[in-house]
Design a protein around this ligand. Structure first.
Ligand SMILES: CC(=O)[C@@H](O)[C@H](O)COP(=O)(O)O
Ligand SMILES: NCC(=O)COP(=O)(O)O
Length: 248
């Protein structure tokens, strides 16, 4: 099966926000990534708007109207700004396909853990139902713990996004094989209970191919930081194509 590549554009916005000139353009970056074959665009607008801003979310929604075969994935904490952000897009009849709920605190440096069950179950359930009633696929950002997958399914999620930083950090160390097996076991557990499997965080051109080969049923990877860093050196077209080659 093909694993879809969704390009996270947070870091393009981060550079853009250091001047008032509108460059580099987030929508231009999205266009180049889609033209190069990316299956979708991901953004993770944070409450402090340090990178992706409300205008970016809307402008990318406008852009994706012209790409009906590609997906828009919006990540964030549903107890902060995520639900309002998504509601605004839907009110404007702009496309959103997937929301990924991430348990970050406000102002968090970057995402570094998944949801906790059973602690988070009761407060998550109504928000998951809400997003599904809007017609959206709901993915939960989760640590690679096979035992937690059933709880993610029972709370109503469609997919999990496995938090891959521990795998990325182990890349090239003696722990690499054990981490890969841990993620494969989590993916198997997710598939067994009927969840789809996404993954992301610190995936890059070195660690992606082995990950995609080892994980059964991996539907989507969302990649931002390393891909945008590569694009600074190689350009968007060559970079997106290099990541797609890792997924072949
Ligand atoms: C959930 C996840 O892993 C990504 O969305 C990542 O957190 C990107 O966020 P930053 O670009 O703000 O680090
Ligand atoms: N969900 C992960 C994501 O969108 C990008 O994470 P990263 O590649 O910026 O670490």
């Amino acid at each position: 099966m093909t694993t879809h590549l969704s390009v996270n554009l947070n870091k393009v916005a981060l550079v853009r926000n250091t001047r008032h000139l509108g460059i580099p353009s987030v929508t231009r970056a999205a266009t180049l990534c889609l033209q190069a074959g990316a299956a979708g665009i991901t953004v993770h607008p944070r409450p402090d708007a340090r990178h992706i801003r409300a205008d970016d979310v809307r402008e990318l929604g406008e852009l994706l109207k012209a790409w009906p075969d590609r997906e828009y994935n919006i990540e964030g904490n549903p107890f902060h700004n995520l639900m309002d952000t998504v509601r605004d897009l839907l009110d404007r009849k702009l496309p959103v396909h997937q929301v990924t709920f991430v348990p970050d605190s406000e102002g968090q440096f970057t995402s570094d853990h998944g949801w906790n069950f059973p602690q988070d179950a009761n407060r998550l359930r109504p928000l998951i139902q809400h997003a599904k009633a809007w017609g959206l696929r709901v993915s939960l950002f989760m640590d690679a713990d096979p035992a937690a997958m059933l709880a993610a399914k029972e709370v109503g999620a469609d997919r999990v996004e496995l938090y891959t930083e521990p795998y990325a950090a182990a890349w090239g160390t003696p722990e690499q094989g054990a981490q890969l097996e841990r993620f494969a076991a989590a993916a198997r557990a997710a598939l067994k209970v009927g969840l789809g499997v996404n993954a992301g965080h610190d995936l890059n051109r070195d660690n992606l191919a082995a990950f995609a080969r080892a994980l059964p049923g991996l539907q989507e990877v969302s990649i931002g930081h390393a891909l945008i860093a590569d694009a600074l050196e190689l350009g968007y077209d060559a970079t997106v194509k290099a990541y797609l080659d890792c997924l072949k």
